[in-house]
Design a protein around this ligand. Structure first.
Ligand SMILES: NC(=O)c1ccc[n+]([C@@H]2O[C@H](COP(=O)([O-])OP(=O)(O)OC[C@H]3O[C@@H](n4cnc5c(N)ncnc54)[C@H](OP(=O)(O)O)[C@@H]3O)[C@@H](O)[C@H]2O)c1
Length: 337
């Protein structure tokens, strides 16, 4: 048998040797070119298949989110993406625990969900910038609930314009928000015990590539992205799914932008993004954002985005916008007087 194998290997070697001798240099180049084109075509087909599943088929085959448990916890649930996730989860049959800073807003959202979707709610008022001391209190208030889903959404921007790192007001507070994502361990314990669960971490398009003048924000977001992907790999065999959602621009208080063909409304975004659960563990959330991500990668490659020329231009524009806003505010004050 060994002799046969050696003989076959010998024949194969001779065949390759003969082929190589017969091939001219241009034949070799053509073969390499053909293989490269085939490789990229295969890659493109694979990306298209994944996109088809993530953004089209997912509308038809939605995962039943109630299979994870009766309750979902949503952080930053009083406005924007968090509120939209909370409402969409309630619409899909889950009770929701709302976690945010302002007690009044929490009550309003809870009432809205109970009235509109007939689900139970619980509100937890915390300020995530206060550090680790808040977690035992959160755990206590969630005791006894069958929690299956956590939407780790809370986040903040430190400026409404592009800003140099040294001009970031209270950078420590921003960094403290990274820790929120790390204190997931309390939830993971709970989900591990139940052998099932879904954690959705909201990252950002700004966390996909380095973005000068948003240095701290994009650094905290890439942390969320890598952290989510690693956690998913570690715990998927134990029944826990960790999904990372990296939206482009959503119309919320944070962005202060109106809905248009590029900017999604928060309810629409949450609806599309929840459809992708079970179909993708890393997603832009909706088709329009996935396409914008691809376009940005082609039209604005790293070497342009990181160039001093563009950074100076953006910083000057941000300065102009800030001063225009200041003048508007002062004019408004004068008019009101
Ligand atoms: N909007 C976008 O275009 C976009 C794009 C990519 C990623 N994201 C990410 O999506 C997430 C939500 O953004 P959003 O646009 O929906 O923001 P948003 O409308 O400003 O809502 C932020 C929510 O977080 C709460 N919150 C803020 N700071 C808090 C703190 N220290 N402690 C407790 N709660 C706090 C707010 O509660 P109060 O109302 O009580 O302050 C509010 O409910 C963020 O992680 C953001 O980075 C957003």
């Amino acid at each position: 048998q060994l002799l046969m194998q050696a003989h076959n290997e010998d024949r194969l070697f001779h065949w390759i040797q003969k082929l190589c001798c017969k091939m001219s240099f241009s034949d070799v180049l053509a073969t390499i070119g053909g293989l490269t084109v085939a490789f990229y075509l295969l890659k493109l087909s694979w990306t298209c298949c994944c996109g088809l599943r993530e953004y089209f088929l997912s509308k038809l085959w939605q995962v039943n989110l109630r299979r994870y448990g009766q309750w979902a916890v949503v952080t930053g649930a009083t406005s924007g993406i968090g509120k939209a996730y909370a409402c969409e989860l309630a619409r899909r049959g889950l009770n929701v625990a709302l976690v945010s800073r302002s007690a009044k807003k929490l009550q309003e959202v809870a009432r809205e969900i109970e009235k509109q979707y007939g689900r139970k709610t619980r509100t937890i008022q915390v300020d995530f910038t206060e550090g680790h001391s808040i977690y035992p209190a959160i755990a206590e208030q969630l005791q006894g609930l069958e929690i299956g889903i956590l939407v780790n959404n809370v986040g903040m921007v430190y400026s409404d314009c592009f800003t140099y790192f040294l001009d970031v007001p209270d950078a420590g507070q921003v960094i403290s928000l990274i820790q929120i994502k790390m204190t997931l361990w309390t939830f993971i314990f709970h989900l591990l015990h139940r052998k099932t669960g879904l954690i959705i971490n909201i990252s950002s398009e700004a966390g996909i590539r380095p973005q000068p003048l948003l240095s701290l924000y994009c650094a905290t977001k890439i942390f969320v992205t890598y952290f989510s992907q690693c956690l998913h790999a570690e715990y998927k065999s134990m029944g826990i799914t960790v999904q990372c959602v990296a939206p482009f621009i959503v119309s919320t208080k944070m962005t202060n932008m109106k809905v248009n063909s590029f900017v999604k409304s928060a309810p629409e975004f949450a609806h599309d993004a929840l459809n992708t659960v079970g179909h993708s563990n890393y997603t832009s959330g909706c088709l329009s954002h996935a396409l914008q991500d691809m376009a940005l990668a082609i039209l604005l490659p790293d070497w342009i985005r990181m160039s001093s020329f563009l950074i100076i231009k953006l910083a000057n524009q941000a300065k102009r916008i800030k001063s225009e806003r200041r003048v508007c505010k002062e004019n408004l004050k004068i008019k009101l007087k």
